[in-house]
Design a protein around this ligand. Sequence first.
Ligand code: TEU
Ligand code: CA
Length: 554
Amino acid sequence: MPSSWYKDAVVYQIYPRSFKDSNGDGIGDLRGIIEKLDYIKSLGVTAVWLNPIFKSPNDDGGYDISDYYSIQPEFGSMEDFDALLDGLHRRGLKLIMDLVLNHSSDEHPWFQESRKSKDNPYRDYYFWKKGNGVAAPNNWPSFFGGSAWQLDEATGEYYLHLFSRKQPDLNWENKTLREELKKIMRFWLDKGVDGLRLDVITAISKRTDFPHTDTHDFNETIRKFYTNGPRLKEFISEIRHDVLDHYPVITVGEGPGITPENALEYLDEKDGLSMIFHFGHMFMDQGPGGRFDPKPWSLDDFKKVFEVWNSTFAHRGWGSVFLGNHDFSRMVSRWGNDAEYRQESAKLLFTLMLCMPGTPFIFQGDEIGMTNFTLKNISESKDIETLNGWNEAKKKGESEEDFLKKANYAGRDNARTPMQWSESLHAGFSSGNPWMIVNPNHAQINVRRQEDDPDGVLSFFKRIVRLRQKYATLREGSYQSIETPNNELFIFLRENLGEKIMVALNFSSRAINFPFDTRENELLLGNYRTASTGINQLRPWEAVVFKLKNSDES
Ligand code: TEU
Ligand code: CA
């Protein structure tokens, strides 16, 4: 039966290509992760989410899989994987694998067969359609620019690819294919993997009548046409009963298009997933054009997203909390202040995440306050979404300078610079030339510099993780936001069996009056060394956590 360890978990996300290179080829690998298992354990996290490690042409960072049963050769061998899993388990850590079942690589043998002829037995593993003359079957745009349809000369038909041309969508309507995908899941679960992150799981059932999208808002198109299709619940229930129910496994569904109104449908206790990633925060600064059409975000909206999702999961289902990952800018640059108050704001964001309902997911490097970095020109980008985005922008006459501003604000390269282990060459990530630019600020921001610094982000991160693990109220308690006279003050209350914990966050670079009398309360943690109770102000980016005195306590 599926397990429930995810409710007490704190998950650390590793993007293998950028975590640690063990053999000097400039590419992170599994042996490199094994070298750092004691570091990972020392964080106090309880599980690791590994971005895809399967054989892949690496068109989209490994999210284009050409063999689900073998390890990406650059990352190592199956023996390396077994050693990594064993190393995690021996340290009491769980492993969540990242399975991409909405699409495969076009180099997968299934697609190689499928494209050969219209009557090939694998034809229906994918979506093939005639065009309208020279036009694609409909007006759907790809996540990565251009049409979501690609004409294949061999048979004169188009195939669907919501992402890159090298990521043809798998046709879940085909039962034979679904059985193949279940075999893949069983293979990894039989090896003892503890959890599955299911990539774009909301898209495995789409509008397969393929009508034109009726909106120019890309995230609307995702929600109405690409995801939440008529058979999504059925397909999730099918893998739940045919596979997941037979293992002590947890699942987290990555859900673009998921809404507070439909999320619980996919998290049914009996037929659903364990939890989901919603995109409430991630898409809030995206205009109708999506990632490269940024718009300002407001703290009001930021708080509202927590309000809405915490009430969605107040009684059923289970949420996740993340403020950054491999697909988005660095958390401290996007939501905090990565200049004067980088350390304070990074600690404040962790206080927010670790005191919120739902399982926290922390992206590698955020625990030391790693920041965005600046692409000086497009050719420095390694991300297909940015490179294709530039091609689209160029067609519309946008200058490289203007597009670079957007890419440097919202692009995925920001999160994929190598992990900063030390101030030495290549940040101690590799003895060779790294595949990706190392952020020049690694000389100041790195693990070695913070390991013995009680005031560093890293030490604070370990303390706030321990606080969440100590207080069940922070994991299981109710959530209530507190009205504040100043919008930049974000205060919420967690309550459980009479225990009340207040979290107060100053989301600004100036001191703000603190409107409560806290002399009677117990200070559990603060991000300033001189944090105390009885305060009447919060300093810039100050975060404090209080245990409130019970009314019946003497
Ligand atoms: O991302 C899918 C997704 O939800 C997109 O919104 C994503 O956040 C972004 O906008 C596309 O860059 C998943 C993976 O996390 C992402 O790395 C892959 O590129 C994508 O699926 C395709 O597999
Ligand atoms: Ca390597």
